[in-house]
Write a protein that binds this ligand. Structure first.
Ligand code: GUN
Length: 292
């Protein structure tokens, strides 16, 4: 049976280290990092994420602002809010919760953020910096995945990593991060031919395709490490439950280590967001962040 990768515990430890670093920055530099979160519309999952972000931001000693806008907010009004937050010196991180309503051009909004405050790492400048090996604010879920992989496997050099999924939020940035860790990286997706054969070559599987329980145990090389990014709500036996992109029951029999859903990658995302906010605040103020 695979070892369970406890993302919940790892994230709690990271938040404790961040809280210590925040109090150090407050004492030494009289600076309180602040995160502004913008939510447009009332998607129930997004509401839960945003509420959790605000709670954990306050818990590590940072300032938190929530801007909840109605679903019919115009693109122009959202861009005006982004402009205001860019100019506000007490705000060091800005996060615009995705997805945005259809009538708003998400790329336009993301690229309107000051890249120095783009704690999601979605601005083209940060994406470009990541892909050219420069210091960048980097997307939170991918950073969390790589932290868990390194904590499980140690040095990732030379490993075959297969990323299933090619989104801008997870698939593409996690592939860049794994490349920077000297992995041999394959990006596969829902249209790849013979996905099981591709996945069977992997020492490290990152499943971020958004399809419930798609990856089966017989797709895995025995002993592989599996990081499951999926959070899918399904109905089974009349009950609503959360499952990942991996079929946990069959995968845990073959994998060497695997993240559960929930309690794996999920809690890492917000912890990495808080870390990015602290990094952004220090960079804007012109000093190096404390060790975390
Ligand atoms: N929606 C789902 N994941 C994310 C994320 O990491 N950041 C933002 N802004 N929206 C999301």
């Amino acid at each position: 049976m695979a070892k369970l990768i406890d993302g919940k515990a790892f994230a709690a430890g990271l938040r404790t280290r961040i809280a210590k670093a925040v109090s150090e920055v407050k004492a030494k530099h009289n600076l309180t990092p602040g995160l502004a979160v913008v939510l447009v519309g009332d998607d129930p999952a997004s509401r839960v994420y945003v509420a959790n972000k605000a709670k954990q931001t306050l818990e590590v000693g940072m300032n938190s602002w929530e801007h909840k806008l109605p679903a019919d907010t115009s693109e122009q009004a959202l861009l005006a809010l982004v402009k205001k937050l860019n100019a506000d010196s007490s705000v060091h991180g800005i996060l615009v919760q995705m997805p945005l309503p259809q009538h708003i051009d998400a790329a336009k909004v993301l690229n309107a953020l000051d890249p120095a405050k783009d704690v999601d790492g979605f601005h083209v400048v940060n994406v470009g910096r990541l892909s050219t090996g420069q210091e960048a604010l980097t997307a939170c879920t991918p950073v969390g995945c790589v932290m868990l992989a390194k904590n499980t496997l140690g040095d990732l050099t030379g490993l075959n990593a297969v990323v299933i999924g090619r989104s801008n939020i997870v698939g593409k940035p996690v592939a860049q991060l794994l490349l920077a860790e000297n992995c041999t990286v394959t990006i596969a997706h829902s249209k790849s031919q013979d996905l099981p054969a591709i996945t069977r070559r992997a020492d490290l599987v990152i499943a971020a395709v958004g399809r419930p329980e798609m990856v089966k145990g017989d797709w895995l090389k025995p002993g592989a490490t599996v990081i499951d990014v999926g959070i899918n709500r399904i109905e089974r036996n009349g009950k609503s439950l959360l499952v990942g992109d991996c079929d946990f029951a069959s995968c845990e029999k073959v994998a060497g280590a695997i993240t559960p859903v929930p309690g794996g990658v999920g809690p890492m995302t917000i912890a990495c967001l808080l870390q990015n906010t602290l990094k952004a605040a220090c960079a804007i103020a012109g000093f190096a962040p404390p060790h975390m």
